[in-house]
Structure formats: C-alpha cells, structure tokens
Ligand binder design. Structure first.
Ligand SMILES: Cc1cc2nc3c(=O)[nH]c(=O)nc-3n(C[C@H](O)[C@H](O)[C@H](O)COP(=O)(O)OP(=O)(O)OC[C@H]3O[C@@H](n4cnc5c(N)ncnc54)[C@H](O)[C@@H]3O)c2cc1C
Length: 489
C-alpha cells in the first residue's frame, strides 16, 4: 500500500512559477503540497531579472531574498540595436533589474514557502495522475518509494520540459541559444546587448564573478558547423564581444529556444503555470517576471473556485489573462526585432519582425481564441503628450459622444482576492477590456455620459463623484482612445 496524502492543491515544479503560486495560496489559507524532482540548488538559466520583479517579491513579502546574497544591482548597459552606434544606458534609465543566481534564488524562495507551511516532496518526481470524483490523484516517486497525493487541483509548473510539442503552438520562429563564461575581470562591468546580421548577443557579469555571453541565432546557422565555430562566427561580427571571441570559451552549452503557448492550458482543474503554459522570446528578459505574474492570476482563479465554486468565471479569467500576455508580448517582441539595424534584408530579422502564430496539431477552442487575438486590430500608439490646461480649454465646449464601436461586457474582476463580475468596456483602441481606470469603475461613468453633450459637462458631472483632476485625466484617456469622440457635424 503506498502512503496517501490529501491537500487542496498539488504543485509540480519549484521554479519561480510554482513557488510563487505556493506562497500566494498559503497566504490565502489553502493547504498546498509541492513536488520537485531535483535537489536544490540546481543550475538554471535565466538570471537577468526585469525591474518589475521587485513588486512581485514585495507582494509576496519576500523582497529580503533579493538583497541577502551578492546579487548584482544597478548594472549599466551598452547597447547596439537600432543603429550600429553604441548607446549607453545608466542603471537609473534601465530601472532596478537584478542579476541573480537562479539556483540560489529558487532555493531561497522554496525554503520560505516551507517556513510558511508548504508540504514539500523533494527530490520527488511527479509521474502520473488520474481524475477522481473530488479532483486528482497523483503518483510521485521519491527514490524507490511511490507516494499518492489526492488534491482538488493540480498546478503543473514543470517548465519547458513539462509538455510535449504536440500540445503547443509556436508563437515565434525557434532560436538556438549558445552560451559560455569568461572570468568577469576580462570584460566591462556592464550588461552588453548587440544586434548582428546573424542574430543577437547578450552578455552580463554574474554574481559568481564570471561574465556570461549568450548568442541567439537561427537553428540553420548550426547546420554543418560545430557549436564553437558557430559561436565564434557570430562573435566575429560583433563590436562589444571581441574579447570573448579572442579568449575562446570552453564548455559551451546550447539549447533550442522554443517560444510557444499550450493549446489547452486549463483542463478540469489541472492548470499550467509558467513555462508549462507559455514561454516568451528571451529578447525581453522578462520570463521569470511574467511566469510569476501569471501564477498570481492563476491563484486568484483557484481561490475563487475554492471559496465560491464559480469555475467558469475563474477559467475565463485565467484564459483571458494568458491570451493577453502571449499576444501582447509577441507583438512587442516583433516590433523590437523590426527596429534592429540589420533590417529586413537579413532572414533572421525579417522572420522575427512580424507577429507569428503557428498551426497546432489540434485547433482547440483556446487556440482559436488566441489566434483571433493575434489577428485583432492593435491598440493605438502611445498616448499623446498633451498640455492639459490648453487642451481642456480647447475641448471644454466640444460636442462629444460615445464611440459607436464601444461595447459593454460582463467580465471577471479581482475584488478582495476573488473574482466578481463587473461591467467592462471593449473598444478597438483598447488592447484589453477594462472595468476600472485608476481604481474607478468605468461603466457607471460612461452611463452618465450618455445624455451629456459637451466635454466640459462630462468632466463637471464626473467631478461630483471624483476629484476634478482625476475626472479630467479619465476624460482625456477616453478622448485619446477615441472612446469619447467628436460628434459628427
Ligand atoms: C536561453 C534562455 C535564457 C533565458 N534568460 C532569461 C533571463 O535572462 N531572464 C528571465 O527572466 N528569463 C529568462 N529565461 C526564461 C526563464 O528561465 C523562465 O521563464 C523561467 O525559468 C520559467 O520558470 P518556471 O517556474 O516556469 O520553470 P523552471 O524554472 O524551468 O522550473 C521548473 C521546475 O520543475 C521541475 N520539474 C520538471 N519536471 C518535474 C517532474 N516530473 N516532477 C517534479 N518536478 C519537475 C524542474 O526540476 C524545475 O525545477 C531564459 C530562458 C532561456 C531558455
């Protein structure tokens, strides 16, 4: 007879996605178990953390973990991207990103979750699961022993290895990463990023006094070449990485980087998180941040089911968030590739400068929604910089109306850690539907605007409920998006 344990949620994998979900679920009072196949610390690529990571660690009450080791803060950057000139960005311009040791950070996060009540099985490998009347029954292998865990939910955070190609759709052409290290004293103390004709190169000092260099190229470049010759060929075209080339790096590592989305990420309370759900092009260096953010949203969905039983609402929220993340990131990345100096005449850059979505083996309902989002018209460019006083005077007597393209729709919103339905607005100039602006529910304001005819009257009416400046800001936002627009003469 195998030992049996029961929990609300079983999480598979202790990368940032799995541990972030564990910490948040524990803080909401749920019983959580986690299985991790590797002993920690284990080596893990992905150490350059984007500035947004700090908010997430603050939220998890884990920010001390970013300060307690010799991680590198405040790195300047030298960049060759939109022209062949070197641009220098100070740490203040780049925002407070951090170079960490992922092996240690993942270990520290996991220890914190254990301190806060996580039931941990490590090293223990998740082997299989089957559905039961109340949820899922999973089999874990811990050395020679088999364990059975009964749980209401499974959160699969096994990373890239956690799903097969047939369950994924590619959202960018594959890229090959080749990386290695030099002693840090040979290189500048800055992060280096360079676009070359064959691909792009990223390098940075790491906390263990090494300098890591990674080249990202098309898999075709490796055909008929050794890894070290290919690496050296790419570096030979660069300006910032000549020292790396001249020193020759031993022990190069390589992997194919697939950028993808799972085509059925939520099935019967089995949810995928982090890179088991979707991966991002490494160009953004936001993989860890996005994985953790998505885990926080998934936890809200689970908390809603556990506290209110509203599964459909929760699943819609989780799926909408994943679709928005994948689509907006893909559009952002392709724009960034399009700006690189080598330009469209080079295949690497041409193929990556337009948003891409592949054709999966099975076109699931989720895939169809994702594909529609890729095809949807994109949000208008960045908000215009305006002189508020002048514009307010100019628009005050302007006859305005609500855009005929505006749609009101019931949508799940997070209220006190659970989802509740609120009326949101959809419009072609909005990247996603919104229910709140600056924490103000927007649909009651727009209902008031239905019968009012001038911009000034709208601002005055709203300022009965809100501070005047906030009413003006919201009115300008809606004007900028053409949601509030001129009455046709
Ligand atoms: C070349 C490259 C460079 C990158 N650079 C960056 C970067 O600079 N910055 C950044 O933010 N992101 C970067 N990323 C992405 C980043 O590494 C990932 O976003 C992040 O690791 C995803 O976290 P995760 O928790 O989903 O998965 P992982 O961190 O992969 O964790 C998954 C865990 O699941 C465990 N596991 C797997 N199978 C089982 C099983 N059967 N049973 C139990 N446990 C299991 C694994 O041992 C592992 O610990 C990079 C990715 C690549 C490929």
């Amino acid at each position: 007879m195998t030992p049996q344990h029961t929990t609300d949620v079983l999480i598979i994998g202790a990368g940032p996605a799995g541990t972030c979900a564990a910490l948040r679920l524990l803080s909401l009072g749920h019983k959580v178990a986690l299985t991790e196949s590797e002993p920690f610390p284990r080596p893990q690529i992905g150490e350059s953390l984007s500035p947004g990571i700090r908010n997430i660690f603050d939220y998890l009450e884990a920010s001390h973990l970013l300060n307690q080791r010799n991680y590198l803060h405040q790195l300047n950057a030298q960049v060759i991207w939109d022209t062949t000139a070197v641009q220098t960005f100070s740490a203040a311009q780049r925002g407070p990103g951090i170079m960490v040791d992922r092996g240690l950070l993942d270990k520290d996060l996991l220890s914190l979750a254990v301190e806060r009540g996580l039931q941990l099985y490590q090293p223990a490998r998740f082997e299989s699961c089957r559905q039961t009347d109340t949820g899922w029954q999973s089999q874990l292998r811990q050395e020679t022993q088999l364990l059975t865990i009964n749980s209401r939910f499974i959160l699969d955070a096994r990373g890239r290895r956690g799903n097969s190609m047939q369950d994924r759709v590619l959202t960018a052409p594959p890229t090959v990463a080749i990386w290695g290290h030099l002693p840090a004293h040979l290189m500048p103390g800055d992060t280096l990023i360079e676009a070359t004709k064959k691909g792009w190169i990223w390098g940075s000092p790491t906390p263990d006094r090494q300098f890591r260099t990674i080249t990202f190229i098309d898999p075709k470049e490796l055909k008929g070449n050794t890894v070290s010759l290919t690496f050296s060929n790419v570096l030979s075209e660069s300006r910032l990485f000549q020292v790396v080339r001249n020193n020759g790096i031993q022990d190069l590592q390589t992997c194919t980087v697939f950028t993808y989305a799972h085509t059925s990420p939520w099935q019967d309370n089995y949810l995928r998180l982090g890179e088991a759900a979707f991966s991002l092009d490494p160009l953004s260096s936001t993989g860890v941040e996005k994985a953790m953010r998505f885990s926080l949203q998934a936890v809200i969905a689970i908390n809603t089911i556990l506290k209110t039983g509203q599964t459909n609402l929760a699943q819609a929220f989780y799926e909408d968030n994943m679709i928005t993340s994948v689509s907006s990131h893909t559009h952002w990345t392709s724009n960034y590739y399009a700006q690189a100096w080598p330009g469209q005449e080079h295949a690497f850059w041409r193929e990556r400068s337009v948003p891409f979505i592949g054709q999966p083996d099975t076109a699931t309902a989720f895939y169809n929604r994702l594909k529609d989002k890729f095809a949807a018209p994109k949000e208008k460019g960045p908000d215009r910089q305006i002189n508020v006083q002048q514009e307010l005077q100019r628009l005050w007597h302007e006859q305005v109306r609500l855009s005929p393209a505006l749609i009101f729709r019931e949508t799940p919103c997070v209220v006190d850690d659970i989802l509740q339905l609120r009326t949101a607005i959809q419009h072609p100039n909005l990247e996603r539907e919104i229910a709140y602006l600056e924490t103000v529910e927007i649909s009651p304001l727009l209902s008031m605007a239905h019968n009012i005819t001038t911009f000034g009257d709208i601002v005055q009416e709203w300022s009965r409920l809100l501070p005047f400046e906030q009413a003006v800001r919201i009115a300008f936002f809606l004007w900028d998006k053409d949601i509030l627009c001129e009455t046709a003469s």
